[in-house]
Design a protein around this ligand. Structure first.
Ligand code: S3P
Length: 455
């Protein structure tokens, strides 16, 4: 049981010379979509490199509950899909645990079916806004029952025939874009999404790969219009999931901050909608060699050779936020060790992640001695090169992780370079996205230890 029943506090201590070669587990976004589209398509989908984190496994179980056959042979996941338009009514509520992407995209996928489906999640997921996905579904004719403020648990019942819509996504969100497109799969005619600010494009790419009739036009201002013809046939695919750039952030930043380190990270997804962190770290003076660029499964991938570096503060422009939205907690840690000030802007979406990441990061930095300021949608961090004076003042002081895997991993990385240890109140939640994190970091020489205690 990972979702809050038992907290597993952990402590990270100053380490030296992280070294080695690691292969980061599969990308979470692509893994979710592989289970969804594989479960929906006709015929067989074979997935290698799938992320076996709790979030993704919840999506696999949901697809199984709606008729897909999912099994694992050796390292390959094999899915026999139901065929577009042929999902079955789930007999029990679909529990998505901590997974925002899983629940929001699946609501789109099944919302337009003429049956009832109920969605539940853990305390973190149940506090997150679902209206951003429920609003376009309502426009398509879906009946919605939700807890106060459009939160989980949510029950959806689709109309006999869903209405195709043109939907302008009101916030930079790949999840909202994707939910509308997936709802369009079971809708007659053309479902159109207008995306003023480009976000990760895995749904568009993968839908095209599975045979959907989908077109994308980008105007002179960068506004994208994505048109999907509904009720087409999808065919099972072979998918090789590249390494997750969001998980990469943790060993990457650890290697930059821990003196004497040199770490190679293989097979990292380099899709430009996901590389904002690398761009930013290079601007900060990071020594990251991008080697062996190649195509894998239709995506750019590369190996990163990372050496310890003296970083300097930068201003990260708001328009970069969508391409590094999950990486700000880790970047804030890098900023805590950089010379001068790092200013991060355009962070309003950070408030509705697995936790309010803006305030969780600021609170964690402050209790570990970092000078920072939390704005409404910004974070300013004044760094201490070498980390002198940073870390917990007492063994009873721990960062509150709020059921947020990325808050836990970010502060554990901080402890590897700070003068004093850094503690987090929970590390169990890390299994949602990066179950191998502890072992992989230990293998590089990081001093992180967990002690199991009752909550
Ligand atoms: C994701 C989109 C992002 C991201 C999340 C994964 C996706 O969320 O934070 O971890 O796979 O589409 P938003 O769409 O809410 O920005």
């Amino acid at each position: 049981m990972v979702h809050g029943a038992v907290l597993n506090p952990a402590v990270a201590r100053k380490s030296e010379n992280l070294a080695g070669t690691i292969r980061i587990p599969g990308d979470k976004s692509i893994s979710h979509r592989s289970f969804m589209l594989g479960g929906l398509a006709s015929g067989q989908t074979r997935i290698s490199g799938l992320l076996e984190g709790e979030d993704v496994l919840a999506t696999g179980r949901a697809m199984q509950a709606m008729g897909a056959h999912v099994r694992k042979e050796g390292d390959t996941w094999i899915i026999d899909g139901v065929g577009n338009g042929l999902l079955l009514e789930p007999e029990a509520p679909l529990d998505f645990g901590n997974a925002g992407t899983g629940v929001r995209l699946t609501m789109g996928l099944v919302g337009t079916y003429g049956f009832e489906a109920t969605f539940t999640g853990d305390a973190s997921l149940s506090s997150r806004p679902m209206g951003r996905v429920l609003d376009p579904l309502r426009l398509m004719g879906v009946q919605v029952t939700a807890a106060e403020g459009d939160r989980l648990p949510v029950t959806l019942r689709g109309p006999d025939i869903a209405v195709p819509i043109t939907y302008r996504v009101p916030m930079a969100s790949a999840q909202v874009k994707s939910a509308v497109l997936l709802a369009g799969l079971n809708t007659p005619g053309t479902t159109t999404v207008v995306e003023p600010v480009m976000t990760r494009d895995h749904t568009e790419k993968m839908l095209t790969g599975f045979g959907a009739d989908l077109s994308v036009e980008t105007d002179a201002d960068g506004v994208r219009t994505i048109a999907l013809q509904g009720q087409g046939k999808l065919n099972g695919q072979e998918i090789d999931v590249p390494g997750d750039p969001s998980s990469t952030a943790f060993p990457l930043i650890a290697a930059l901050l821990v003196p004497g380190s040199r770490v190679t990270i293989e097979n990292v997804l380099m899709n430009p909608t996901r590389t904002g962190l690398i761009t930013t770290l290079l601007e900060m003076g990071a020594d990251i060699a991008i080697e062996n660029r190649r195509l894998a499964g239709g995506e750019d991938v590369a190996d990163l050779v990372v050496s310890a570096s003296d970083l300097r503060g930068v201003t990260v422009p708001p328009e970069r936020a969508p391409s590094m939205i999950d990486e700000y907690p880790a970047l804030a840690i890098a900023a805590a060790f950089a010379e001068g000030e790092t200013v991060m802007e355009g962070l309003e979406e950070l408030r509705v992640k697995e936790s309010d990441r803006l305030s969780a990061v600021a609170a964690g930095l402050k209790i570990n001695g970092v000078d920072c300021e939390e704005g409404k949608a910004s974070l300013t961090v004044r760094g201490v090169p070498g980390g002198k004076g940073l870390g917990s003042v007492s063994p009873t002081v721990a960062v509150e992780t709020h059921l947020d895997h990325r808050i836990a991993m970010s502060f554990l990385i901080m402890g590897l370079a700070a003068e004093r240890p850094v503690r987090v109140d929970d590390s169990a939640i890390i299994v949602t996205s990066f179950p191998e994190f502890m072992d992989m970091m230990a293998g590089l020489g990081a001093d992180i230890s967990a002690e199991r205690k009752a909550a």
